[in-house]
Design a protein around this ligand. Structure first.
Ligand code: SF4
Ligand code: SF4
Length: 718
């Protein structure tokens, strides 16, 4: 990836007493180093990508501590990496996006949790839940309960989060349970500060090697008969040890309040949202002091029965604030109180929305209902007025603007994947509509207008596998679309291997853009190496894609026995259309793979822009291509827009007073990818597109030529 994390890496090196300023996820990364972690791994995904991205670039520094950093091929390999802590006193941390990543890692997690760990094992998951989430709405909590993992949900204050990372390792060692820390999107991106400690070199590391492997110990395997013993150990020893640690170190926060006969139990991750809502009700100040007693659960699993019972006993009622469905904590708490014969009334999902993110606006009606019932003396008019004002503002805005058009996300300008879907649209016009098994990745933007392409998404790298039951039932061939990131994550084994083994009549389209683009353009096996990039820089005008410089995917497919393999540059729309039609109609009945080659434009522009700027500064010749529409020629049918979807290809008023339809126009931002020209040619559109080469610091012959041209044009158009 072309993004540099120089500043972040400096923050990681802060010593004792220095003040760290930055985002939550970077604070967690620093906390790992302060905790003496020996190895770090993971698979990137929002909102925790930053942890691994920074660590990978910080390798030269973390090497000095002896810490090993591994960019894992998927979440399962990251979870399996934690196996190091089963036998050895090594602290390890891995990271991924949940719930999807936890699903992929589930097998290894179960097999890790069963024997348990001696070195602290911590999984930092990005809990991608609520507004802004990009995956299915499920919770990591279920995994913690079923596999017996300690689950931290820290109040999103940087000092608190750092403190809890250190405790998570210690708790893991005290209880032999792996620990999980779930971080919501806001917790990852919240900015703040904390006083740093020195980073700790681990006792055993790459610089201080363990002399001998651990002795054979059947108890450390996840095999029957010892798995029966493991289950008992979880219940009889590990959970009580974790609960004792949580209570002894006060990991959950009990905050007293003026109204002592009621209380609120809240997940740490949404504690600040609660405090803001209480502030609006006049029940908290701006510094977090609440008039209602609070139990802030920084560790949401396991609950500590004595702590929960102690907080609730003697209260008339408590409200449990638990974001997401089902209400695991509320049920756990109800069971705990019932067993202790504590008769406090418990409210939760009976007052709160059952699902969705708990924003201040979502919490406030439930808090008002709770306080109204139990504390009728509290004046709630300010909170009601705030809610009413919000509703009025929304109504005013809706009336002022009318219904707004939806603005779904889309491919970047010049994305190499957009032309493939233009070609697929054209190919379907010839062969008829086909079933499209879609996948996770940038290409999933094709599910939006103007392509509306994709029938299902079953997981990352799962498209080819997901068409296995469909394609034998359809008269026309189905097509599976997958990115190169998905190919290496899962697609090679779950899709390609199975299709070859079963002799499936299948079509696979692989977007080979050279990076795992959707998660932040991380490098993969087929990323062009630095030498290839440097060569392009030396050539000074690197218009060509670099994707062809690395043919690992093609070699892998050929090695596995794929007989029908075509490599097509994505911007060659006509060739891509013909190749798709051939794949969909060919008499060859085995697996047919089209590798759509074109480097991720985001990465390409990140590389090109500084090169061009430097050349321009040196006074060297710099050429930039841009497309445009001749408004006198544009017929106004907008077929080009329906075929492209590029955000810089848009509409403007028709300058011809006799025509009512707006004309197409290319606005500033066009990166000159060439799709407009290729589409116009492939679909025989009106000839309104032109290609302009904008040259800075032209040579003398170019100036001369431009002068002659200007004269001739001037002569023709006096
Ligand atoms: S990040 Fe790259 S692959 Fe993804 S939409 Fe942008 S240009 Fe296309
Ligand atoms: S050439 Fe066309 S598709 Fe490509 S960036 Fe420019 S306007 Fe967009």
């Amino acid at each position: 990836m072309e993004v540099q994390f120089t500043e972040q890496i400096q923050q990681l090196q802060l010593g004792a007493g220095a003040t760290f300023h930055g985002e939550g996820i970077l604070a967690i990364t620093k906390a790992l180093l302060q905790s003496g972690v020996a190895y770090i791994g993971g698979y990137q995904g929002a909102p925790v990508s930053h942890l691994l991205d920074v660590m990978v670039q910080a390798r030269p520094y973390v090497d000095t501590l002896g810490v090993h950093v591994e960019a894992c091929s998927n979440e399962a390999s990251a979870a399996a990496m934690l196996g190091a802590s089963i036998h050895y006193p090594l602290r390890g941390a891995v990271t991924w996006k949940s719930i999807v990543g936890t699903n992929v890692a589930a097998d290894a997690l179960s097999n890790l949790a069963s024997p348990g760990v001696v070195g602290g094992a911590l999984i930092v998951v990005g809990e991608d839940y609520g507004e802004g989430a990009s995956v299915i709405q499920e919770r990591t909590h279920a995994y913690a309960m079923k596999s017996t993992l300690a689950l931290f949900d820290p109040r999103p204050d940087l000092a608190n989060m750092v403190h809890l990372v250190e405790h998570a390792f210690a708790l893991s060692e005290a209880s032999n349970m792996p620990a999980v820390m779930e971080l919501r999107i806001r917790a990852c991106h919240v900015r703040g500060s904390f006083v740093a400690k020195d980073n700790r070199a681990p006792r055993f590391s790459k610089r201080d090697l363990i002399a001998e492997p651990a002795a054979f110990d059947y108890m450390r395997l996840a095999h029957p008969p010892v798995t029966f013993r493991h289950e008992k150990l979880k219940l009889e020893q590990r959970l009580p040890a974790a609960q004792a640690y949580i209570a002894a170190h006060g990991l959950n926060e009990q905050r007293p309040g003026r109204f002592g006969d009621v209380g609120v139990v809240v997940q740490g991750g949404i504690a600040h949202t609660l405090l803001r809502a209480l502030q609006l009700m006049g029940l908290a100040d701006g510094f977090g002091a609440s008039e209602l007693p609070l139990l802030v659960l920084n560790v949401v699993y396991p609950l500590v029965p004595s702590e929960v019972g102690g907080f609730c006993a003697g209260k008339r009622a408590v409200l449990v604030l638990e974001e997401g469905y089902p209400e695991y904590i509320e049920k756990d708490l109800l069971l705990t109180l019932r067993r202790q014969d504590v008769q406090t009334r418990v409210h939760g999902k009976d007052l709160l929305p059952g699902a969705g993110e708990y924003t201040v606006e979502a919490l406030l009606p439930a808090l008002i209902a709770f306080v109204e019932r139990l504390l009728p003396q509290v004046d709630l008019s300010a909170a009601r007025a705030w809610l009413g004002a919000n509703a009025a503002r929304r109504a005013d805005a809706a009336q002022a603007t009318g219904p707004l058009p939806p603005r779904p996300p889309t491919f970047c300008i010049g994305c190499p994947e957009r032309p493939v879907f233009s070609a697929l649209k054209l190919a379907q016009a010839e062969v008829g509509p086909v079933h499209v098994a879609a996948d996770i990745g940038c290409h999933a933007f094709a599910t939006f207008e103007p392509f509306s392409s994709g029938h299902s998404i079953l997981g990352y790298g799962m498209s080819l596998a997901s068409r296995a039951g469909v394609s034998p039932m359809l008269q026309r061939r189905a097509i599976a679309v997958m990115g190169d990131g998905g190919f290496w994550h899962n697609g090679l084994l779950t899709g390609v291997q199975a299709a070859l083994f079963n002799g499936d009549d299948a079509v696979l389209l692989i977007m080979k853009n050279g990076y795992t683009s959707a998660t932040g353009t991380q490098d993969i096996l087929n990323t062009p190496d630095d030498e290839a990039k440097a060569e392009a820089e030396r050539n000074a005008a690197p218009h060509q894609s670099l994707a062809h410089k690395n043919q690992t995917i093609e070699a892998t497919l050929s090695g596995l026995g794929v007989k029908w393999l075509r490599v097509v540059h994505t911007y060659e729309v006509s060739t891509m259309q013909r190749t798709l039609q051939e794949a969909l109609t060919s008499p060859f009945t085995g697996l047919k793979v089209i590798v759509a080659e074109g480097e991720c434009q985001l990465e390409r522009q990140r590389r090109l822009k500084p090169w061009r700027a430097a050349m321009q500064q040196r006074g060297e010749r710099v050429e930039r291509v841009q497309y445009g529409v001749d408004e006198d020629v544009c017929s106004g049918d907008h077929a080009c827009i329906r075929l492209s979807g590029c955000p810089t290809l848009t509409l403007k008023d028709n300058p011809d007073p006799l025509k009512v339809d707006p004309v197409a126009t290319v606005i500033d931002g066009c990166v000159g990818c060439g799709l407009c020209g290729a589409n116009a040619h492939a679909a025989t559109l009106c000839p309104s597109f032109y290609r302009a080469e904008i040259v800075r610091h032209p040579g003398w012959h170019e100036r001369l030529l431009a002068g002659v041209r200007a004269r001739v044009v001037g002569w023709l158009q006096p």
